[in-house]
Design a protein around this ligand. Structure first.
Ligand SMILES: [Zn+2]
Length: 71
């Protein structure tokens, strides 16, 4: 599983806009380029809404892609 401690830290104080529950880090499956990745992202424990940080969408996935190519 991919972990992004700096992102988890950044979103640590966030609450779900729907339930006002604190978001907690949890394993999430993301689809990208027809592949599925297990990553750790902030998730609402109540409604399971996931924060997908822009940084992840824009930049970090490139790192993931690179990891795959190295295999
Ligand atoms: Zn929620």
């Amino acid at each position: 599983m991919q972990r992004f401690p700096e992102l988890i830290e950044k979103y640590a104080g966030w609450r779900c806009v729907t339930c006002d529950e604190p978001m907690v880090p949890a394993p999430v499956q993301l689809e990208y380029l027809e592949s599925v990745f297990d990553v750790e992202l902030p998730v609402c424990p109540k409604c399971k809404q996931v924060i997908i940080p822009e940084e992840l969408a824009m930049g970090k996935m490139l790192d993931v892609e690179r990891l795959l190519e190295d295999k």
